[in-house]
Design a protein around this ligand. Sequence first.
Ligand code: GLC
Length: 497
Amino acid sequence: MLSAEMVPFAKIGGPADVVGALPKALRRMGHDVRVAMPCYRSIRPEQFGMTTLIEALPVPFKHNTEEAAIRETTVGGVPVYFVDAPRYFQRENVLGYQDDGDRFILFCRAALEMCRALDWSPDVIHAHEWHTAIVPNWLHTLYRHDPIFSTTASVFTIHNMAYQGIFGHRILEVAGLANQEFVLPALADKQDDAVDLLGRGIAYADVVTTVSETYAEEILTPEYGEGLEGLLRQRANRLEGILNGIDAEVLNPATDIYIAQPYDADHLEQRAANKRALQEQFGLEPDPAVPVLGFVSRLARPKGADLLTAAFDHIIELGAQIAIVGIGDPHYHELFAQCVARHPRRAAIHFNFGADWTQPLYAGADMYLMPSRFEPCGLNQMIAMRYGAIPIVRATGGLIDTVTEFDPQRGTGTGFTFHEFDPWSLLAAIARAVQSYRYPDSWHDLMRRAMAVDHSWRASAARYGAVYERALEWHAEDIALHHPADIGSGLADEREV
Ligand code: GLC
């Protein structure tokens, strides 16, 4: 598995959690999964007991050769290889540099060269996000006849269509692919001579996955496809949505060391101590009867920051308190700071992430907000449910697949949903939740239902296992037919995945 990020080593977003947990679950099923990622400056080799496997691995790069060391450690039974190329990765941040394209091409190339040096031939390479999307392309071109990779299939996972890794044509020279160029028909009108790495992953991978079933359908439309919907439709028979899980061992209110009072679904009365602790920690009025709404998020437009700030005063008028943990665009820092300042002791924000703030919030809040414009999967709503904070979500992507509308008559559902991306629809959903909160018995039933949903990785890991098998079959067929994912001709294929 190739990724730019993995918990506990480096985290930019949700994909780090996925790559931190999925390999463990797959290994439990008997797969020999190993992960490779770059060795960033923030990763201290001593801290993780790394050993050096290869001191100086030559990596073909930009008509030249670059050297990288390969280090290794094991986490939760999963071997992790680190590509240590100081010039490219010993920097202050993980991402956000002019040469990000070059950096991740180098990382990927080093990972493949490492397999050759170790004489380790993977059945499948599973690549995540645009940072590693060049690999399926290479397996059908540069490495196609390499004995180590001759039968290696590729699976590519899209975590978010909004991040595509678009670079100038030069990136193909960096990748050693300048002579192998073909124009992707679906991309042609979008970007002339630009190279869309995410698009390449989609075009070349034997199987493409994304992180929920609903998002897999949404991205076939212009509203969510970010310009690649045409290409995705052409590859629809290779596209599959598999819902992420959460690490249910780590995220467990019965054992969480960051919360005031451990509890489980059979001892909900113990949760009250956590609500009190949350109100204290955030400087809110310590009133057990007031519903507390929690929000842990990047403060940005796609996460619904505009909706929340627009509805803010009205939410407080409904009699609720709001507790927020997040960082993001300076513009939203300002906006949220103003909202909170208007409601002392009723609303508070902590501008930082960290388990000492997020976990008490999941354990103490009565409701949890996720008003996203789009949400490929979303992990926080699942964490909130596991901790008994009832999700209030926009009906999009993975949020649809994990939260069902509460029906007090039937005694069904696990949260509150709204459809239109506007503040009034959000407010209406919150009003329903606040109203329902007044009936403690049915609210407790609702909490127990939400907490009982199994969002662990078990089921999803099994589906990835099946995807790997299918990728191997498709790959063998494509190679035999001599159309290396040549999307111009290979698409008429009607077989079902
Ligand atoms: C991205 C998506 C998020 C998803 C995560 C893990 O961050 O925006 O919805 O949960 O990836 O796949």
